[in-house]
Write a protein that binds this ligand. Structure first.
Ligand SMILES: [Fe+2]
Ligand SMILES: [Fe+2]
Length: 256
């Protein structure tokens, strides 16, 4: 028997691919960006022209994805915490520990926000992404600390009792060595006036994985209110250098 008999044709495969890359939401079709496919080891994107040729009556999604929690018209940072962050536990516990250790509101906020890159957006270089997202809205020291915790995580500092995390040996292997750009940023941060702020993120981070501790987001609403310059127009609509990032979080499946 010809083993190719049941193989899909090229155009069937294209249809299959399109099917995989978009979701028909009755009225609008949600599309996946190339990055989403790369997480499955594939570099591919929907051919919009072909799709419209075969589905002339369909439109692409150009706004909110109804499968995701609804965002208010003028979203605040807290709305993103509640509706777009996959997990709050680690952030809340880090901030709580910083509070317990008597640190300033700046440091508490830095701990609360240090991993928002991971919680909402992307793991790779999460400190840099997270810092960029918050930069227009927080004290420069806070975003600097969030950016630099990315590098400092990989280097011990005995003056504050911070050791290379055992968790990293478990997760990345004993032979993992930080890349040259991480080493460079660590070296630069070491002599910076805000070094200790970034270091404190690491110190309050590492002991923050207690699955039984209960911390509520409400505990930090006032600190956020005093230290995060919430734009009146809503986060994403204020024309800051990072507002497009917040919009993308809000509408991750927009066609353009
Ligand atoms: Fe982190
Ligand atoms: Fe963390």
């Amino acid at each position: 028997m010809n083993e190719h008999v049941n193989m899909p044709t090229l155009s069937e495969r294209a249809d299959e691919l399109e099917e995989k890359m978009m979701h028909d939401l009755a009225e609008r079709v949600a599309t996946k960006s190339v990055l989403f496919g790369m997480a499955d080891g594939k570099i591919e994107m929907l051919n919009g022209f072909e799709f419209k040729k075969n589905n002339p009556d369909k439109y692409f999604l150009m706004g909110a994805d109804p499968r995701l929690p609804k965002m208010p018209a003028k979203p605040t940072l807290i709305d993103f915490f509640k509706n777009r962050f996959a997990s709050l536990n680690h952030l809340l516990q880090s901030a709580k520990l910083a509070l317990k250790n008597g640190h300033s509101e700046k440091i508490v906020l830095a701990c609360l926000l240090h991993d928002i890159g991971v919680a909402s957006f992307i793991r790779c270089d999460h400190g840099y992404w997270g810092a960029q997202m918050i930069e227009p809205y927080v004290d420069e020291e806070v975003s600097w600390a969030v950016r630099m915790h990315q590098a400092l995580r990989f280097f011990p500092d005995s003056s504050v009792g911070y050791e290379y995390p055992q968790m990293y040996i478990n997760n990345f292997g004993a032979d993992y060595k930080p890349e040259p750009y991480i080493v460079r940023d660590y070296e630069n941060a070491k002599n910076h006036k805000w070094y200790m702020s970034a270091r404190l993120i690491c110190v309050n981070d590492i002991y923050s994985f207690d699955p039984n501790a209960k911390v509520e987001l409400d505990d930090f609403v006032d600190i956020v209110g005093r230290n995060f310059k919430q734009p009146e127009e809503g986060l994403g609509f204020d024309n800051s250098p990072s507002s497009h990032m917040w919009r993308t979080l809000m509408w991750p499946t927009r066609y353009l």
